[in-house]
Design a protein around this ligand. Structure first.
Ligand SMILES: [Fe+2]
Ligand SMILES: [Fe+2]
Length: 333
């Protein structure tokens, strides 16, 4: 994994010393942890960490990993119906990348003492969440482009700051993931640009798709800051580097000029440049809809989970065979 390629400069001197002294009590260990966070150094899996930090990270990394894997479904839906061999190859590569992202992230979570199997079971039992965006259907091939442009675009806004997150394995996984997300965004934009240069019908398909995905894409950053109770603690621990509203603003500012270049209208009549703020003003997404989707009542929640559950059950024999093979090798070596 990419972690091997990056020299480990991440453990502070104070924390290394703390690790060498077996007799440190909890207060001293906590002080060492706080110093590492203060110096923007990285916490590594063997370092002491508060239980709340570990739990928050497991929840966040698992939710992120689940999103990558569930996120393969809406686009995977179009692989067999891609309009050309070139588009099929691009889409296949993208969906495979998402599987890889899921695996890096499950591996990062495993360094915190949970297994990928446990996390998968929590997902299919509905005890852990994934991004709300993947509960919306993909109704036309333009959606492949819109997801690349807006959904991977939002993922980039969210994830670039996570390359500097305080937990080493998560930050290192994000570096590679972000490079691939940037390819995803470009392929989506290029597909939409090609369609916008095509027929009136193709242009209408793009506009209809953007109309459906704009608001759900803005919801990807989570609820407004004043309704996001975990944000302050996550920022204090250096897990999160920006608030939900900051990131949402960044996404809007980045996307408006791209929409103009593309020739599509974003479905928000209040969208306007605010000279004083130096940012675009925009309307609030429908937070009631967001709440319904995260509660499991979105258009595709049941379908996405049922599909994931089926894939997990269908793969049981592969896991059993691999485990038996590994045990046999160990016994004979
Ligand atoms: Fe991804
Ligand atoms: Fe992606």
């Amino acid at each position: 994994m990419c972690g091997r390629l990056i020299p480990d400069r991440s453990v502070s001197k104070a924390h290394r010393e703390a690790r060498m002294t077996a007799t440190l009590d909890d207060t001293e260990l906590e002080a060492g942890f706080e110093r590492t966070i203060e110096h923007h150094d990285r916490i590594e899996p063997r370092d002491w960490m508060p239980e709340g930090y570990r739990k928050t990270l497991i929840r966040q990394i698992a939710q992120h990993a689940h999103s990558e894997i569930i996120g393969m479904q809406p686009e995977g839906n179009w692989i067999t119906r891609a309009p050309s061999l070139r588009r099929k190859a691009i889409l296949l590569a993208k969906v495979q990348d998402e599987a890889g992202h899921g695996l890096y992230l499950y591996s990062a979570a495993e360094t915190l003492g949970v297994s990928r199997l446990q996390l998968t079971e929590m997902l299919i039992e509905g005890k852990q969440k994934y991004s709300s965006i993947f509960n919306y259907p993909t109704l036309s091939y333009a959606d492949v482009g819109t997801i690349g442009w807006l959904v991977d675009g939002a993922a980039i806004c969210n994830q670039v700051p996570l390359c500097r997150t305080s937990f080493g394995p998560y930050g290192r996984a994000m570096i590679r993931i972000c490079k691939e997300e940037s390819f995803h965004q470009r392929q989506g934009y290029e597909l939409l640009m090609t369609m916008m240069r095509g027929t009136d019908e193709q242009r209408a398909m793009v506009q209809e798709s953007v109309d459906r995905f704009w608001w759900p894409a803005l919801m990807m950053f989570g609820p407004p800051d004043d309704e996001s109770p975990n944000t302050a603690q996550s920022m204090a621990w250096g897990i999160k580097r920006n608030t939900n509203d900051d990131l949402r603003q960044r996404m809007v500012d980045m996307t408006v000029p791209q929409a103009e270049a593309l020739g599509v209208t974003l479905p928000d009549p209040t969208l306007a440049w605010n000279e004083e703020r130096g940012h675009y003003d925009f309307a609030e997404p429908d937070w009631d809809e967001f709440l319904q989707v995260i509660k499991g009542n979105g258009p595709c929640n049941a379908q996405r989970l049922a599909h994931r559950r089926r894939a997990h059950e269908d793969g049981a024999w592969v896991r059993e065979a691999a485990t038996a093979y590994a045990a046999k090798r160990e016994a004979t070596s």
